[in-house]
Design a protein around this ligand. Structure first.
Ligand SMILES: Nc1ncnc2c1ncn2[C@@H]1O[C@H](COP(=O)(O)OP(=O)(O)OP(=O)(O)O)[C@@H](O)[C@H]1O
Ligand SMILES: [Mg+2]
Length: 221
């Protein structure tokens, strides 16, 4: 079953001579429960594509369907609900809230949605990502790896339909990057999550079920 279907996606930034065709007609299906890696040189459109799938940006042309929802049909408010309930995102620079503890950061998406956490799931996730001892710490008190593990827990807590990660180990040294990635994979597999990850690291790409290579705003077949 496909959890994401993208059809004929186009996106241009800027106008006239300065126009950049970031996406040049993307067709893509992503299978539920699989780990898909997106690779390609800088500027090839990877982040633009990921942002579209996550409902963070809108295409000029084309269709995106995530978990049965056609994004082009959504109004801004509905899109916000879509992002909150269906999408988990992990960024290269962690994007944690510095004034909140690890526990509060993880629970932040639920508090925004006004839902209460399932304490059993919360404990499982925290244990899986080795954060038990860190729950009352603030992000700056953690290593980069600890911060990224917190961000992964935050992305998973609402049990999203799809998990998007944009170079999640890009700011980590190779050892802690491998460590974080191993735990990331474990938690994704434990909950049969669908993961789409941009990476420049070919070793990481090799761990994926499928690798998509982008070039000049297109998928290289
Ligand atoms: N908001 C924007 N305004 C103008 N141009 C943009 C914007 N976002 C992306 N672009 C341009 O679109 C192209 C694709 O960018 P994108 O960020 O998707 O590439 P990428 O594959 O993620 O690259 P990297 O590996 O460096 O992160 C680039 O030429 C970039 O400069
Ligand atoms: Mg990028």
């Amino acid at each position: 079953m496909n959890i994401v279907t993208v059809h004929n996606l186009h996106k241009t930034f800027g106008k006239g001579e300065n126009a950049v065709h970031a996406l040049n007609g993307i067709d893509l299906s992503i299978e539920k429960g699989k780990f898909t890696a997106i690779i390609g040189s800088s500027g090839s459109g990877k982040t633009t594509l990921l942002n579209m799938i996550g409902g963070l940006d809108t295409p000029d042309e084309g269709e995106i369907i995530v978990d049965g929802i056609s994004l082009s049909g959504l109004k801004e408010k509905e899109l916000a609900v879509f992002r909150r309930s269906k999408v988990g995102i992990v960024y290269q620079n962690f994007n944690l809230v510095p004034t909140l503890t690890v526990r509060e950061n993880i629970l932040f998406p639920l508090s925004l949605a006004g839902t209460t956490p399932d304490p059993v799931f919360f404990s499982e996730l925290v244990e899986l990502l080795h954060l038990q001892e860190k729950l009352n710490a603030y992000p700056h008190e953690l290593s980069g790896g600890g911060q990224q593990r917190t961000a992964i827990a935050r992305a998973l807590i609402a049990r999203p339909s799809i998990l998007l990660a944009d170079e999640p180990t890009g700011n980590l040294d190779s050892r802690s990057g491998q460590n974080v990635l191993g735990l990331f994979k474990l938690s994704v597999e434990a909950y049969h999550q669908t993961l789409v990850m941009i990476t420049h690291n070919l070793e990481i790409a090799q761990m994926a079920d499928r690798v998509i290579r982008m070039e000049d705003g297109r998928i290289r077949r």
